[in-house]
Design a protein around this ligand. Structure first.
Ligand SMILES: Nc1nc2c(ncn2[C@@H]2O[C@H](COP(=O)(O)OP(=O)(O)O)[C@@H](O)[C@H]2O)c(=O)[nH]1
Ligand SMILES: [Mg+2]
Ligand SMILES: [Zn+2]
Length: 278
């Protein structure tokens, strides 16, 4: 029978099919193939032996959290305490796009802003929206209704940004601890691997926040350029077809930066990524 893995603890997999929910084991053959079934996998399993027989080809897979077929990643970005970190935001946006995952920006802690600070943040919200990124805030749970439907979603973002709080907002039953100083410290204690998908608004959200790849290690400069919307979409108006928008003359991107149409922080982050790969 066909099913979908919604939970994994060690070698136990909870598989959901149209007939019900089954607790299955993985067959030894996967170990020989150096393949581990993951939460998010579409599988074939045997209803009698309760063994997973086959894993359908994946669209992608993440290591931490261990999930397959991830559609989108919510980048949780606080605007205060800690202040908005555009370097991290732009970096995550770029890396997530490169992995063929749709990024969604979720700004948090807008309630901590003064009126003037809010105006400044609204400019960022408008800017990222205008570039074609999906932007939401955690001010209302309903903001996520349309976004989560039919998708597998993971959460990422810096510590203290409000990831656990957001998951709790989305699903009160989750009861995740907030304000944990370091998740890395806890990792040693929970030696059993546990990943679970929570059904929310007709889609699935992964219970553990994270994102395995947080550097540009396997991305070239061109990959960085092509995964930042403004840097890629304006390329055709530059004099050189392979313009990197840094040292070249007659560069349309640099004109847009000079006239304020491209955020200076966006451009500076782009340049820093290309030159330093971090
Ligand atoms: N004022 C305010 N505090 C928030 C908001 N979201 C999260 N927090 C607080 O920020 C702290 C860190 O949140 P947490 O969810 O643990 O962040 P995580 O490290 O990303 O999981 C906690 O004390 C939360 O109560 C928000 O929108 N507004
Ligand atoms: Mg947390
Ligand atoms: Zn250019």
């Amino acid at each position: 029978m066909e099913g979908f893995i919604i939970k994994n603890i060690s070698n136990d997999y909870v598989v959901k099919s149209r007939k019900g929910v089954y607790s299955c084991k993985a067959r030894g053959k996967f170990r020989n193939m150096r393949l581990v079934p993951l939460v998010g996998d579409y599988v074939l399993f045997d209803e009698d032996s309760l063994y997973i027989l086959d894993i359908k080809k994946r669209k992608n897979s993440l290591i931490r959290p261990s999930v397959a077929n991830v559609d989108q990643a919510i980048i949780v970005s606080s605007v205060k305490e800690p202040d908005l970190d555009t370097h991290l935001l732009d970096k995550l946006l770029t890396i997530i796009c490169f992995n063929n995952i749709e990024p969604i920006i979720c700004f948090t802690k807008l309630d901590l802003l003064s009126g003037d600070e809010r105006k400044k943040i609204d400019k960022y919200i408008e800017y990222y929206k205008n570039q074609g990124y999906i932007v939401v805030t955690n001010e209302n749970k309903n903001n996520f209704k349309e976004i989560l439907k039919d998708k597998i979603t993971v959460l990422t973002g810096q510590s203290g940004a409000g990831k656990s709080s957001l998951l709790n907002l989305l699903d009160g039953k989750l009861n995740l601890r907030t304000n944990e100083i370091s998740q890395a410290l806890n990792r040693g204690k929970h030696t059993t691997r546990h990943t679970e998908l929570y059904e929310l608004f007709g889609g699935y959200v992964v219970d553990t926040p994270g994102f395995s790849q947080v550097d540009f290690h396997d991305m070239s400069s061109i990959d960085i350029r092509d995964n930042m919307k403004e840097m890629f979409e304006n390329l055709e108006y530059c004099k050189y077809r392979d313009c990197m928008h840094i040292k070249e003359d007659s560069c349309y991107v640099k004109e847009l930066v000079a006239s304020g149409k491209i955020l200076i922080s966006r451009y500076n982050n782009y340049k820093y990524f290309v030159e330093n790969k971090k």
